[in-house]
Design a protein around this ligand. Structure first.
Ligand code: FE2
Length: 196
């Protein structure tokens, strides 16, 4: 039986945080980081249906969407070898590693406007967190670090991430393309792609 109390305590604390002051990115990142740290300190609360992997592609299971779209919480389930395209978020985000391991490579525009890797690839282990945002760096590629096992990270975003129009980038040209990720288990079709 999953320890759902941990998830409920996180959601209560996040709701209090967004209600306690302005929707200021730095304030929310600072306030939410210790909450995410506490959430992924134990791997005993994620419901089984939010831990399902697919051989087709990595899964984005919606755990909670704030009714006023102030934040959303998603479980990312990586099958062996699965990775994202180069993408951004356009809102602040905190990633907490729950199970297994994932690698992230940040990208930044060079002088010619092309996208180039920025810094070294980083690896998250269970309990680790990472942050993204338009202010502190928003473009990256994320992949499962494990070649033979499922990995799961918990993602918190400053909006309804599955419904936000954001961007993927051509690795050769840096050209941006709009996309809306949707959620893997949404009952509603993704209006941009016609898929669920
Ligand atoms: Fe991302």
């Amino acid at each position: 039986m999953p320890n759902v109390r941990r998830l409920l305590e996180f959601l209560s604390a996040m709701t209090r945080l967004v209600e306690s002051g302005p929707a200021d990115e730095a304030r929310l990142l600072d306030g939410a980081a210790p909450l995410m740290k506490a959430l992924v300190a134990h791997d005993d609360w994620l419901p089984e249906f939010s831990a399902r992997a697919s051989t087709e592609r990595y899964q984005q299971h919606l755990l909670y969407g704030d009714p006023l779209d102030r934040f959303s919480l998603v479980s990312f389930v990586w099958g062996p070898g699965q990775k994202t395209p180069i993408h951004d978020h356009t809102v602040w985000g905190i990633i907490g590693m729950l199970r297994g391991s994932e690698c992230a490579q940040r990208y930044a525009r060079d002088g010619d406007g092309r996208l180039a890797p920025s810094g070294l690839e980083t690896t998250l282990l269970p309990g680790d967190i990472d942050k993204v945002s338009p202010t502190i760096g928003d473009i990256h590629v994320v992949r499962n670090a494990l070649p033979d096992r499922v990995s799961i990270s918990i993602h918190l975003y400053g909006g309804n991430i599955g419904r936000i129009v954001r961007h993927s980038f051509d690795p050769a040209t840096g050209e941006a393309r709009n996309f809306v990720s949707g959620y893997s288990d949404s009952p509603l079709p993704n209006p941009w792609t016609g898929t669920r």
